[in-house]
Ligand binder design. Structure first.
Ligand code: SAH
Ligand code: DHB
Ligand code: MG
Length: 221
């Protein structure tokens, strides 16, 4: 098993189930041209996010970590005309690229990018919720902080999804000193027996290697 076969399978899924997507291709090209790192969700993962948006009938979405707008475009597309996606991005130069790609994709009216460190953006978001879906995909050490903030501001029946929690399998290694890994392990420990959510983590392979998503359904109080 190696990265080559993971990528070949992602390509096959793309060619069969996902199809061509001009706006997404343009977003990836614009990000590459501007020198952004190529760390957006993979096409199959992005489609999963989009399906989750549809499954919960989301109208209000919050994203941590915009990058070039790839996941934001996918999640914004199924939103109704009065739906809103707010996405938080630390780097102004990334946000600028994302804004252009989001406009080009035709979802600019539903997407708002807030520029700055996400933790600093949170106080101004008190009135923006409650959210139907929150996607956490920014600085990994803060994933537990973002999750805990989101938990109080996501409606019952809503979802909180966190990317990059498995980290090449280091999630299973109690001795791994990497602080991003320690944070993902702590989040899992904190959720042990927490009646406010029902959660699982799904390990993934693909063009981005070996990682995984935590998916938490918010329970009624
Ligand atoms: N969700 C995107 C990928 C996000 S990559 C997609 O799938 O298309 C992670 C992003 O988080 C990067 O753009 C990075 O600049 C941003 N980021 C890192 N630290 C941050 C912070 N403290 N606040 C907000 N954004 C941050
Ligand atoms: C990185 C960030 C991501 O969100 C991701 O999916 C992969 C890598 C990174 O910061 O390296
Ligand atoms: Mg990610």
């Amino acid at each position: 098993m190696d990265e080559e076969i993971f990528s070949a399978v992602d390509e096959f899924i793309g060619a069969t189930l996902l199809g061509e997507d001009e706006a997404l291709r343009a977003a990836v090209e614009a990000a590459e041209a501007a020198g952004l790192p190529s760390i957006q969700v993979s096409p199959p993962q992005g489609k999963l996010l989009q399906l989750l948006v549809r499954l919960v009938g989301a109208k209000r979405i919050l994203e941590f970590g915009t990058l070039g707008g790839y996941s934001a475009i996918l999640m914004a597309r199924p939103l109704p005309a009065d739906g809103r996606l707010i996405t938080l991005e630390a780097k102004p130069e990334f946000a600028k690229v994302a804004r252009q790609s989001i406009e080009r994709a035709g979802v600019g009216d539903r997407v708002e990018i807030r520029v700055g460190p996400a933790l600093e953006a949170l106080p101004a978001l008190e009135d923006a919720g409650p959210f139907d879906l929150v996607f956490i995909d920014a600085d990994k050490v803060n994933t537990p902080n973002y999750f805990n903030w989101a938990l109080d501001r996501t409606r019952a029946g809503g979802l909180i999804v966190a990317d990059n929690v498995v980290r090449d399998g280091s999630l299973g290694d109690a001795a791994d000193p990497d602080e991003a890994t320690v944070a993902q392990r702590r989040l899992h420990e904190e959720l042990r027996g927490d009646p406010r959510v029902s959660a699982t983590t799904v390990q993934t392979v693909g063009v981005k290697g070996y990682d995984g998503f935590l998916i938490a359904l918010v329970e009624a109080a």
